[in-house]
Design a protein around this ligand. Structure first.
Ligand code: S3P
Length: 433
């Protein structure tokens, strides 16, 4: 159990850890290439270690990665588009690995693979990728038609046009990887834009990937050449500090090297409407946009979040709910049913956590309603093994009147092993037990 007491202002400067989504993609696309891909600033977290272990099991050679260490620069010697060895893959807690990797494997004839993971992964649906992959010709089976373990037998694929039922970067990316090994063009129709890291990285590796309005297209490839990939800081990790500095009075925080891809930064628009004080200074971080953020504490007002904004802020919506506890008036998050299918059912776990701390919050079928202004008393939050709920609980503690105990704080290591130390440094020793 970790305790986070009420804190003084957050002050100072921090470079958040490397981006989790981009790190997963760098490992996978590096493994799909022939020859070495250098990745600078690969994220050292439980999830992204699972991806390096997976590509190693598939036959890629990773230099600079061992059981207890990831160097600042790693090199991945890939197996080529069709060279993955048959293997049993443990994806751990990593939903992105679970959804993206089958896209690459499905088209490799003669191979057989099985993907499985922890208890949380066993509740994450895979029918969202299995259905469209089968339409392309893939041979897959899973538990109860929708849950891991997921078995894949490589078979010839053909390009299709697929309309995503919900905006999902994981499903889109899976189909784009499959499209590299399929015959003809693959077209993925997005109901709303979702993160486009795969498109950017595949284009940089020489793939014929394009966009026609709301359709992302890809053509088969014979080889990928990613060259060197630099991973920017994770906006979703920075988000905990953005919200902490916004709600803890007197805070003034600088966050450097943050990835600012516009398909990720919906939180900034939402906070802007709520009255937050975030200054953005753009910087060149390579293939992805990035920059420096300066965040000061602010008085907030409630807002409405829904529609196309949801996928642009999907992992930050728990933090929007937390900020809303400190905002005058009501905040409504709707059309966010996808939150129920994350590492935990985040509509349930966020409303349980915040109401347990004294907030006026209501879970709806597709979101949350928070009647703010009263701040948070404090109490206990269970992470339910979900890294983002654990870290939200810690931030809630700093801004609460009596402090917060987080049960299962170790879940933070899934994406951000140094979170507690970084928070304590900025908040002047916020953890008190
Ligand atoms: C991710 C996409 C999102 C996000 C997840 C990471 C990715 O999931 O919630 O944390 O790296 O592609 P969906 O695309 O399924 O919404």
């Amino acid at each position: 159990m970790a305790r986070f007491g009420p804190a003084g202002p957050l002050r100072g400067s921090l470079r958040p850890p490397a981006d989790k989504s981009i790190s997963h993609r760098a490992a996978l696309i590096g493994a799909m290439a022939e020859g070495p891909t250098v990745v600078e600033d690969y994220l050292n977290s439980a999830d992204t270690r699972s991806t390096l272990a997976a590509v190693t099991a598939l036959g890629a050679r990773v230099e600079g990665f061992s059981d207890d260490r990831i160097e600042r620069r790693i090199s991945i010697d890939g197996v080529g588009l069709r060279g993955a060895r048959p293997a049993e893959i443990d994806v751990g807690n990593a939903g992105t690995l679970l959804r993206l990797l089958p896209g690459w494997l499905a088209g490799q004839e003669g191979g057989a693979w099985c993907l499985d993971g922890d208890d949380s992964i066993r509740r994450r649906p895979v029918d969202r990728i299995a259905d469209p992959l089968r339409r392309m010709g893939a041979s897959l089976s899973c538990r109860e038609e929708r849950l891991p373990p997921l078995r894949i037998e490589g078979s010839p694929l053909s390009g299709i046009e697929y309309e995503l039922p919900v905006a999902s970067a994981q499903v889109k990316s899976c189909l784009l990887l499959a499209g590299l090994l399929a015959e003809g063009e693959t077209r993925v129709v997005e109901p709303a834009p979702s993160r486009d890291h795969s498109e950017r990285m595949l284009a940089a590796a020489g793939a014929e990937v394009g966009r026609e309005g709301d359709v992302v297209t890809i053509r088969p490839a014979t080889a990928l050449e990613p060259g060197e990939i630099t991973v920017p800081g994770d906006f979703s990790a920075a988000a905990f500090f953005i919200v902490a500095a916004t709600i803890v009075p007197g805070s003034d925080l600088v966050l450097t090297g943050v990835g600012l891809n516009p398909t990720r930064t919906g939180l900034l628009e939402i906070l802007d409407r709520m009255g937050a004080s975030v200054e953005v200074e753009d910087a060149d971080l390579g293939a992805e946009p990035g920059g420096t953020l300066r965040v000061g504490a602010a008085e907030l007002r409630g807002t409405e979040v829904g529609g196309a904004e949801v996928p642009l802020a999907i992992d930050e919506l728990p933090l929007v709910a937390l900020a809303a506890c400190f905002a005058e008036g009501e905040t409504t998050i709707r059309e966010a049913e996808e939150l129920r299918r994350k590492e935990s059912d985040r509509i349930a776990t966020v409303s349980e956590a915040l109401s347990g701390l004294g907030a006026d919050v209501e879970a709806t079928a597709d979101g949350l309603v928070v009647r703010g202004g009263g701040g948070l008393r404090g109490g206990t939050v269970s992470s339910h093994g979900d890294h983002r709920i654990a870290m939200m609980g810690a931030v809630a503690g700093l801004s609460s009147r009596e402090g917060v105990e987080v049960e299962g704080m170790d879940a933070a290591a899934i994406s951000y092993p140094g979170f507690e130390a970084d928070l304590a440094a900025l908040a002047g020793g916020a953890r008190t037990g």
